[in-house]
Design a protein around this ligand. Structure first.
Ligand SMILES: [Zn+2]
Length: 472
């Protein structure tokens, strides 16, 4: 009995951590959700705005992310690991979550102190990735993506001066201890899942290559980045930009042996002080976004637990429903899920989310198509589901039918970017390259100010155009 009482007490104590006060501090570009103190949350939000301004100065206003960015900071590292994975300090999810298309930076205890720190580097690193997603919408080689993120993570501010190129000694240390990688090897780096030691060496070499090219080959590297901004094939663009450059490898070798690396400063344009609003979050809302993070990390059981708690706390909106559906898909309850959908009064409204989740979960395209066709027998398809149908048809080699479905969707809802992208994919597959390329430019222009939800589909369009059209 005494033991049971003790157990109950310890549960209460443990849970005081999971139900700390969460607040949201909103600024022009960020929504910082955290259980850090109000003072730390406000200071950190201001630092995020400063990094944003710095990156905007570097990448140009056109590269600014088109949506507000969610930043979730867990004060308790254990609570962070429980919802994500052991062993790292933060992650970036550019596509947003099941209930929000806002890109999301999630980290543990990331109060940003003044001056250089791991926390500031992590924040700048993830933000750089975000700016690059907008700046370079096509294929981005991993060495460029990670090399640039590591380069700009040491961005520092000295009054009104912006300083880039400072060295994180952990990187030079890793570089000294690893075999120098020739550029050819960097191009082959395509996955993160090597050993920790290998990964460290990959990152250090990517950083060193970017540092070298930015400092010593500024003009051709700039030309290469321009081509990436136009979604050109990265390898061909690099070879074209560096065609007149010789001794690249020898130069790299000499560069990495230097004692100091060049640092560049430029003035930071003046900006008004950020306007911040702080609100306390309801417990139900906290459970919901924690569930969405757990789902991102494929922890369906934890997500279900959070969702049950959210329901008990009074949540009952669309977000809860979408997350509950997502948790079921994550648990591979595909057939059960379709049953639930049939019982829903307006199943067509949930269908696009269900299809998205099904694809993520590896449900076969033929099964997805069967679900769409079954729904179509009883309900008219909404434009988003029609766009899905178009995609599935095009991918199955039925691009003519895919084009017809996409055009029907676009006619029903001209503002539906997903339908627009489906149409482009079909056009590219049909070899109608001029039309596809022109439509792509129009769609990207139109999308500014909209969500990034269609960005993965846009990447497929770019790939299809590159694959089928560049040789024509
Ligand atoms: Zn990174």
């Amino acid at each position: 009995m005494a033991l049971r009482a003790l157990a109950a007490v310890s549960v209460v104590l443990l849970c005081s951590g999971c139900f700390g006060t969460w607040r949201q501090v909103k600024s022009e570009h960020f929504r910082v959700k955290t259980d850090l103190s109000s003072r730390d949350a406000i200071y950190t939000t201001k630092e995020y705005e400063k990094l944003y301004r710095g990156l905007q100065t570097i990448f140009g206003p056109a590269a600014a992310p088109r949506t507000v960015i969610d930043v979730v900071l867990f004060a308790d590292p254990n609570e962070f690991s429980r919802h994500t994975r052991e062993g790292f300090s933060g992650f970036f999810n550019g596509a947003g979550t099941h209930v929000s298309s806002a890109p999301m930076i999630v980290a543990q205890n990331m109060y940003i102190p003044d001056g250089p720190s791991d926390e500031r580097r992590t924040a700048a690193h993830e933000l750089t990735h975000l700016f690059m997603r907008t700046a370079y919408p096509g294929d981005l080689p991993l060495w460029v993506n990670e090399g640039m993120a590591r380069y700009f993570e040491t961005l520092l501010f000295d009054g009104d001066e912006l300083c880039r190129g400072s060295v994180d000694t952990k990187l030079t240390f890793a570089l000294e201890r690893s075999k120098k990688r020739p550029l050819q090897e960097m191009w082959q780096w395509s996955r993160y899942d090597a050993s920790e030691k290998e990964t460290r060496a990959d990152y250090a070499n990517a950083w060193a290559w970017v540092h070298y090219l930015l400092s010593e080959h500024t003009a051709p590297f700039e030309q290469f980045r321009g081509a990436l901004a136009r979604s050109e094939n990265p390898r061909a663009a690099f070879d074209a930009a560096f065609a007149g450059v010789s001794g690249l490898e020898a130069g790299f070798d000499a560069y990495t042996k230097r004692d100091s690396f060049p640092v560049f400063t430029r003035p930071l344009p003046p900006a008004p002080a950020p306007v911040l609003t702080e609100t306390l979050m309801s417990l139900a809302d906290v459970q919901l976004f924690k569930a969405s993070i757990a789902l991102h990390w494929e922890n369906a059981e934890l997500a279900k637990e959070e969702l049950r708690a959210a329901r008990e706390l009074g949540a009952n909106g669309a977000d809860l429903l979408v997350l509950e559906v997502a948790a079921k898909v994550r648990s591979s309850e595909w057939s059960e899920l379709l049953g639930t959908l049939k019982g829903h009064p307006a199943p067509e409204t949930l269908m696009p989310a269900v299809l998205e989740l099904g694809r993520e979960q590896g449900v076969k395209p033929a099964q997805l198509m069967a679900a769409v066709e079954e729904l179509e027998q009883t309900r008219p398809l909404d434009p988003s589901t029609l766009a899905w149908k178009s995609d599935l048809l095009t991918s199955a080699g039925r691009a003519e039918e895919g084009l017809a479905a996409a055009r029907k969707a676009a006619a029903a809802d001209p503002s539906n970017d997903r339908a627009g992208a489906a149409e482009l994919l079909a056009l590219a597959r049909l070899g109608k390259c001029g039309e596809a390329q022109e439509g792509y430019r129009r769609l990207v222009d139109k999308m500014s100010g909209h969500s990034m939800g269609t960005s993965s589909q846009l990447r497929r369009v770019v790939a299809a155009i590159n694959q089928g059209c560049s040789s024509r």
